[in-house]
Design a protein around this ligand. Structure first.
Ligand code: 2AM
Ligand code: CA
Ligand code: CA
Ligand code: CA
Length: 269
């Protein structure tokens, strides 16, 4: 079977529209965020989730099941189904919940599609900045109507590098990376949303983004954008990375190697 058997056009249109609709729903919750109960995931007080996350995921999942009943699904809040299907949607209803509940504008809805195991379609909607990042393999990546291109930087001192969340897994690599980056004249920035940071690498706003441990719903949509914008990524899907997560690096082509060397062998171990 080839990808021509699949209705990629319909799925691309759906991803974009659904991300925008879900982001509008997110804004309704965001405006009354003081009234939302916030729960902690496990023992980590910083790891939060609200009724908005669950509600938006249910909305997205129901719509996808209705439009593409044969497709698989993987979401942060409700788990997975039919992961052996040719098309698997990988979504994060709110990426940046810690920002969301605290009234910071760095959150988004991320909808990605794997086709035959490859990141193929991505849509990331950021309603606070009226930005829809979207892309499809072979068709380019865009923010709204504007084509995305990764940075032309050739050294980390030429731009900003994103650093992700400090996670228990891989935490011993986090501070040493920051120290080496700073020693090279680089600078780090963190906004609490791995999906947006990845989109910013595709847009050339960041020269790279490193996370010691990332989940696939944080990055799948963004990986399509990075690939179509000429950026590079590490082998994120190895060792069941889709389900378990892995260390993660995306970067402009001229600094990828430098960043991976600053991180060291843990990146692809
Ligand atoms: P989330 O908002 O969907 O949970 C990778 O950096 C991911 O970690 C982010 O995209 C975000 O996804 C999550 N994250 C951000 N800040 C966090 C925090 N303080 N504690 C736990 N997870 C966080
Ligand atoms: Ca979370
Ligand atoms: Ca997330
Ligand atoms: Ca989330």
């Amino acid at each position: 079977p080839t990808q021509h058997d699949l209705d990629i056009d319909a799925r691309y249109a759906c991803a974009k529209n659904l991300a925008l609709e879900a982001a509008r729903l997110g804004m309704d919750f965001y405006r009354r965020r003081e009234t939302l109960a916030v729960e902690h995931k496990g023992s980590d007080q910083q790891d939060v989730v609200s009724i908005a996350d669950k509600n938006i995921e249910d909305f997205i999942r129901a719509r996808l099941a209705e439009q593409f009943p044969q497709d698989g699904f993987l979401g942060e809040e409700s788990g997975s189904a039919d992961l052996k299907a040719r098309c698997v949607w990988v979504i994060d209803p709110i990426d940046g919940t810690a920002c969301f509940v605290n009234g910071l504008h760095n959150w988004c809805v991320s909808i990605g599609l794997l086709v035959d195991g490859e990141p193929f379609i991505g849509a990331i909607a950021d309603p606070n900045h009226d930005e829809l990042f979207h892309g499809c393999l072979g068709r380019g990546a865009y923010v709204n109507q504007t084509r995305l291109k990764a940075s032309a930087a050739t050294h980390v001192r030429e731009g900003l590098t994103g650093a992700g969340t400090f996670h228990p897994r891989g935490k011993e690599h986090f501070i040493p990376f920051l120290e080496k980056l700073l020693a090279e004249g680089g600078m780090f920035i963190r906004n609490g949303s791995g999906a947006l940071m990845t989109a910013y690498v595709a847009a050339g706003r960041l020269i790279g983004y490193y996370e010691t441990e990332l989940k696939s719903w944080d990055c799948l949509a963004g990986l399509v954008l990075v690939a179509e914008a000429g950026g590079l990524r590490n082998d994120f899907f190895r060792n069941a990375g889709l389900l378990r997560g892995n260390p993660y690096l995306v970067a402009a082509p001229g600094v990828y190697r430098q960043l991976s060397e600053l991180i060291g062998p843990s990146l692809d171990a």
